[in-house]
Design a protein around this ligand. Structure first.
Ligand code: GLY
Length: 564
């Protein structure tokens, strides 16, 4: 045979054509599977209208960051208890092109006139309510700055068109659900203390589900922001309306504070848990460090061999939470003002030491404090067809923030100053105590529990998750992670599992529904308080598929995904 020429027998010809046919179909299959993957995207948020807006952005070719900006502005209108222009938050972004994960800290900063004892009387007693419901309660808001930064640096669509849906919703109104109507009615007293809040958010006989809520001033503010950019909020008409109002009413927040607001781009805190990589927010959030610390400790246990939500399982979680929240109170604060021992707290060695102490049944000591008010924050998760992911949690702090709207703006202001430690050892609205690390200082950022998370498997986003819930954010997200990673639950299964929360102080175990016998047994060691914990909005990218789920602990949420 001459080299290079292959003689093919008739039988080989049949075989070759058969194999080529198979190869052809396999190529076709591969092409379609790539195509399928390319067309998967999802959104999960607290409100169905915001989810629909985000999905439309993705369907029309926008990326996850475009969708996040449109959703954040929309939630400021349709979810006024937590969605905001007058607050702040954290956005965790994964960019698929560069495989980079970064975070935007657009949380509130303390006004320059604020000082350590601003919420204490002459005798050094903390004046109840001052950090929550007064003109002094607000930090300098960062949301508008955060959204413009995200859109300018990572978005692909003109921000005006991303803000337009929220302008329309504020101008034309949206239908209040029964839940929202009741929630507004619940805070009537708070709204009644401010003229504009009273006009917008109260009705003489209360709201009813099905009513349309119109927010004219907010729509005008949003229009001006769309037109004039973020300067409108930080130095333009809106800035002047806000700062004048604060000045007239004895507040500290000034035009200079707004002019000087600066967000921070932070490297996320990342760690490993079994075969996964977990990334979340660095300080001023306590979430990233606490989650990595807790997961490092739990890695020493064969969790999947425990019965899920059994007594042994819950007691293990309680001990681990106990250690992590004690460290939170002692070591965490704004890293620009306080040296946070991040490397120590997130090291596997430190976790191993705590694991040993738990095995020896040594636990941190306790005192008792109470939790004053409920929590209100909101999270959304997004993945686009290119694999860019956004995990965003933002807030006004407690429901509707301080309840104060600077006249003519329609903007509810945050009460984030309460997230500082008003006095060492004095509990905030979540019963969290703080120390030197989190004392009030001008321009400082209050410590947060907000924990937007992206978990990676083989360097690709696997689980995008987060939750509202003040101090319970970290433990809600933790249980979602363990349910999905260790117990292989779907998002829906995971959300239906009861959760617990324990935060070292107060010495109370918060819990959802469990068997009476289990409750009796837990009662022997802890004071118990039954309440809902977390309201998670997650996306799971598993086995080539996509699942998006909005927790049903509260109504109105919606998760949508496209897989075609
Ligand atoms: N305001 C709640 C938090 O940031 O954790």
């Amino acid at each position: 045979m001459v080299k290079g020429i292959l003689k093919i027998s008739p039988i080989n010809k049949i075989l070759i054509s058969k194999y080529s046919l198979i190869a052809f179909f396999l190529t076709l299959l591969l092409f379609f599977s790539l195509f399928l993957k390319a067309e998967s995207f999802a959104v999960a948020t607290r409100h169905y209208l915001a989810t629909d807006i985000g999905m439309k952005v993705l369907e029309e070719g926008g990326n996850a960051i475009d969708a996040a900006v449109a959703i954040a502005f929309a939630l400021a209108v349709v979810n006024p208890s937590a969605g905001n222009l007058g607050g702040g938050g954290f956005m965790l972004i994964h960019l698929s092109d560069t495989d980079e994960t970064l975070s935007i800290d657009y949380r509130e900063r303390a006004p320059q006139k604020s000082f350590e004892k601003m919420f204490q009387d002459d005798l050094g007693n903390v004046i109840k309510g001052l950090s929550l419901n007064s003109i002094l309660a607000s930090g300098v808001p960062g949301t508008v700055s955060g959204m413009f930064y995200a859109a300018d640096n990572f978005g692909t669509i003109d921000i005006k068109s991303l803000i337009q849906p929220s302008i329309d919703l504020a101008k034309n109104g949206f239908v209040l659900s029964d839940f929202q109507a009741k929630n507004l009615n619940k805070y009537k007293i708070k709204f009644s203390k401010n003229k504009e809040s009273k006009e917008i958010f109260t009705r003489p006989n209360g709201f009813s589900g099905g009513e349309i809520l119109i927010q004219q001033n907010l729509s005008r503010t949003l229009e001006r922001i769309a037109q004039n950019g973020k300067e409108e909020f930080y130095s333009g008409d809106t800035a002047k309306k806000i700062s004048n109002f604060f000045q007239i009413n004895g507040g500290y927040l000034s035009l200079e504070d707004l002019n000087q607001y600066e967000l921070r781009i932070l490297s996320p805190v990342c760690g490993s848990y079994r075969d996964y990589k977990i990334c979340s927010m660095a300080p001023p959030s306590s979430g990233g460090i606490a989650l990595v610390q807790i997961l490092n400790i739990l890695e020493n246990f064969e969790l999947k061999e425990f019965d899920h939500n059994s007594e042994r399982y819950l007691k293990t979680l309680i001990s681990v939470m106990d250690y992590a929240y004690k460290d939170r109170a002692k070591h965490l604060g704004d890293p620009d003002f306080f040296d946070v021992p991040q490397d120590l707290l997130t090291s596997k060695k430190y976790a191993k030491d705590i694991y040993q102490q738990i095995q020896e049944k040594k636990l941190p000591s306790k005192a008792n404090v109470t939790i004053v008010e409920g929590e209100e924050t909101t999270h959304f998760s997004i993945i686009d067809k290119w694999g860019n992911a956004v995990s965003n949690t933002y807030t006004l702090n407690t429901a509707y923030g301080s309840g104060i709207i600077p006249t003519g703006t329609g903007i509810l202001m945050n009460n984030e100053m309460d997230d500082f430690s008003s006095k060492p050892g004095y509990p905030n609205a979540y019963g969290l105590i703080g120390s030197e690390a989190n004392k009030i200082q001008p321009k400082k950022t209050p410590l947060s529990s907000m924990s937007p998370v992206i978990i990676f498997q083989d360097e690709k986003p696997f689980l995008i998750t987060g939750s509202p819930g003040g101090s319970t954010i970290i433990t809600s997200v933790l249980q979602e992670i363990i349910n999905v990673l260790d117990f292989q639950m779907s998002l829906e299964e995971s959300s239906k599992k009861s959760r617990i929360h324990f935060q070292h102080l107060p010495d109370i175990l918060f819990h959802e529904q469990f068997d009476e016998s289990l409750i009796e047994s837990l009662k022997k060691e802890k004071k118990l308080l039954n309440r809902k914990i977390g309201e998670i909005h997650s996306i799971l990218l598993k086995d080539g598929g996509i699942e998006a789920f909005s927790d049903e602990r509260r109504p109105d949420g919606k998760a949508s995904s496209v897989y075609k």
